[in-house]
Structure formats: structure tokens, C-alpha cells
Design a binder for this molecule. Sequence first.
Ligand code: NAD
Ligand code: 6OD
Length: 483
Amino acid sequence: MSVRTIQNWVGNREHPPAKGAYMDDFGPATGEVIARIPKSDAEDVDAAVTAAQAAMAGSWSQSTPAERADLCEAIADAIESRLDELAELESLDCGKPITTARTVDIPRAVANFRFFAGAVRHDETGCHDMGRSRLNYTLRRPLGVVGLITPWNLPLYLLSWKVAPALACGNAVVAKPSEMTPLTADALGAIVRDIGAPDGVFNLVHGLGPEVGAPLTEHPEVAAISFTGGTATGARVAAAAAPRFKKLSLELGGKNPTIVFDDADLDLAVEGAVRAGFTNTGQVCLCGSRLFVQRGIYDAFVERFTVAVQQLPAGDPSQPQTRVGALISAAHRDKVEGYIALAREEGGTLVAGGGRTAVPAALAGGYYVEPTVVTGLSANARCATEEIFGPVVTVHVFDDEEEVLRLANGVRYGLSASVWTTNLARAHRVSAALDCGMVWVNTWLLRDLRVPFGGMKDSGVGREGGAHSLEFYTEQRNICVTW
Ligand code: NAD
Ligand code: 6OD
């Protein structure tokens, strides 16, 4: 395979890094180098911010919501027309199953741009009539230059989840995608140029977190940082942004419970728990990696769940039937394998997986771990409370609502949960008592882009989606008029 070199995007032009340094991008399916990417630094961040500032000083600041909606729709159309190519790029860069990339990642990137085009077309702001010739009305104003920092697990899906509302609201963007999955972000740079977006509204700087993400966060001309990634990194970003009074959105890690009650529809619950546990090879912040099953159905459920997990087609991400692909890197595979070893030390029993997935010789250098199920661990064990972010689910028994709520809420994270029951009153009661930002009942990761998306505790601060994103990417100005 030929190894291509990509560049940063600054002012709609491919922009080599100032110091001329590059780094390797590895393909998780084979462990081979698939691209060379800029190893940028603060100088490159500066160039991108300057281009973004120039855009804000030019015609972009006079653009109307309808014009910006048209721009977002043009980006959506362009992504959609290149769906197969972008899905292949995402699968190659991320090691994710091609079917996941085709049916989830790229369609969602299209949906993000279309959704926020619609959102700004239909946006309404407040008007408060005080009577006696006194009136307040509220304007939304773009923030200016915004910094968007994203992770590797859903590269274009999560990047577009930030770029679309930022542009739709009239900001200029400096994006910093994960150094491990730069390729679809690069493609987005070309799309933005090709559709004729004004120079500088979308800029992209590749490189490492401390060398690009940190200077972007600290940059005095960047008004807001929207960050999605790990909790430890989020804390560093928050510490850098806070003294500069930047607007900050943090979407961080999770250790999400899947809770199955005795009265659940078993077929639905098994299928849902498998999907929640192993989608994207367990590398979704929302994955249900702690499975709590009520005692009355525990044995039957675990048996069916284990068989279903063992039957998951795992291995070559390029095969359409594959459901569990490669992990993102050798270091991440080592981390996941470390947790599997720890599960044994902590007294767990591996009832499925635990080893490396058997793959063809051509993929021998790739980063594969079998879908793994662990039973018999205390719900307080490290494997059951720390984020593993891989294809590993721990299963625990519980007796009643009070116990499962205590266990489910007993971790530092609070992102999401799924609850499986046919008792409607219980569904509402338990959902209201869970300490997390999102609860799915008898489903998982069913997304409506209008709803508040985000977590509490160590899973983040703030919400994305619908009006929440419009709120984040604008400054509201109240105007009080008398006459
Ligand atoms: P990460 O925190 O290592 O990296 C995320 C991004 O931050 C990358 O672009 C990275 O280069 C950058 N970065 C690293 N150090 C930085 C610094 N000092 N300043 C600024 N930026 C810096 O996370 P990851 O390994 O890429 O992603 C996996 C993590 O992301 C998991 O914990 C997962 O749960 C979380 N995640 C959360 C959500 C959510 O919506 N809550 C979504 C996806 C992933
Ligand atoms: O669906 C979304 O909007 C979203 N932000 C998903 C995040 C998944 C985390 O890995």
C-alpha cells in the first residue's frame, strides 16, 4: 500500500507544518504505517487561528443563518456523495468494521451537518415584553474562533458533531482531530474547500495533544474549546481553559451500566446488551461495559449472552460481516489485555474470549482482542469500575432496585445507562434515580439529535445537541428597549 502524506488545512489550503516534522499514522487492522501526518506545534496553531480570525473579520461575519445552513447542507451532500470512500478511509484508520463505518459513522456525519443546517434555519430567540413601552429581545452572536478537539473512536462522527453547529452559528473553526485517526478530517478539509466555503472558516491542525491541543486550548484568540476525549485529558484542558475564561464543553469517559430486570423481554435484552457491549469493538464512550442482571434470570441470561458474544463475527474490519474489529493501537490493546489479566487476578471467570482474535496472516500485526465476558467479579472490582474502552463486559448479579441503583451509581463516571424491563413504572423510577446524563429504556444508543447529550460527575460538563449546541457556540445578547 502506498503511504501518503497529508497536511494541515489553513485558509482552505493544504499547509505543511512550519517545522517540517511529520509522524506515522498506523492502520490498526495490520499495524502498518498507512499515512504520514504533520507533527505540528504552537506555530501551526497560530497560523490556523490567524486564518480563522481573518475569516471572522471578513464576509463570514456578515453571513446569514440561511447562507450558513446552505453551506452545511453542501458539506452534507458532499460527504454523502463520497460515503463509500469515506467509510473505507475511516475503517482503515480506525480498525473499525467497514459496516459500522458505512452504516453509522459516515451517515451520522451527514446527519450532523443537515441537522444543524435545519437548527439555525428554525432557531428562535427570546423576546420579553415588560409592558408600558419596555421590551427585551435576545440576539445570538457567534463567539469568534473556536477550538474543537476530538478523539479517535468515532472520528468524523464526533468532529462533525462540533464543526456543524460551530459553522452554522457563524464561528470560524480550528479543529484538532486525534493524531491516531486524521484521515477523514483531512477529507473534510478538502470538501470544505471544494464546495467553496470562505477561506479560513474551517482550519485543521494535526499532531499530538500536548503539542497542538494544549496551545489551541491556551490560545488567547480562541474563545471556546469543545473537547471530547478521556477524563484525565479533560481535566488538563479544563485547567488550561478556566483562567482564560473560555467557554468550555467537556464530553469525557464512561463506565455505563446495562441493567436487566427479571421481567425484561429476554430476546431484546440479550441483543441490546451485546450491541451495547461490543459496538465499535467496545470503543464507544456509551458502551455498556457493566452488565447487571437480576437474580431470577441471571443464569439463563448469562448463558444466552455468552453464546451471542461468542458468535459475534470478529476480525478483519474490511469484511462486511465483521462486527468486532481491531483496537486502535498496540498500546491500547496492551491496556485492554492488562485489564483482562487483572480480571483473573481479581477473581473473575472468563466465560467468553480473553485471548487475541484469530486473523489471517496478512493481519498478524493488527491489534485484535476477542470479545470478552467476565463473571464473578465484585461490582467494586477495578475491572468493573474503571473505563477499559474495549471489547470487555463484566456481568454482576443483583436482587432488587435499591441494590442495583447503589451499584450502578457507585462509580466516578455518570455518562449513560440502559435499563431493560417491561414494567413501565419501574422504568421511570430507575431512570430518574440513575446518576447519569442519558438513560435508554429497552434500547441503546437510539439518537435524536435534538436531545441533551452529555454526562455528569467525571463524564463531563455541559451538553451537546440541538439547542444546547446553539447555546454553546453563541453568545446571547439581551437588548432592553424603551420608547
Ligand atoms: P484522549 O483524551 O487521549 O484524546 C482526545 C483528544 O485530545 C485527542 O485529539 C488528543 O490528541 C487531544 N489531547 C491530548 N492531550 C491534550 C492536551 N493536553 N490538551 C489538549 N488536547 C489534548 O482520548 P482518546 O484516547 O482519543 O479517546 C478515548 C476517550 O474519549 C475515552 O475515555 C472515551 O470515553 C472518551 N470519549 C468520550 C465521548 C463522550 O461523548 N463523552 C465520546 C468519545 C470518546
Ligand atoms: O451520538 C452522539 O452525539 C455522540 N456524541 C456520541 C458519542 C459517543 C462516544 O464515543
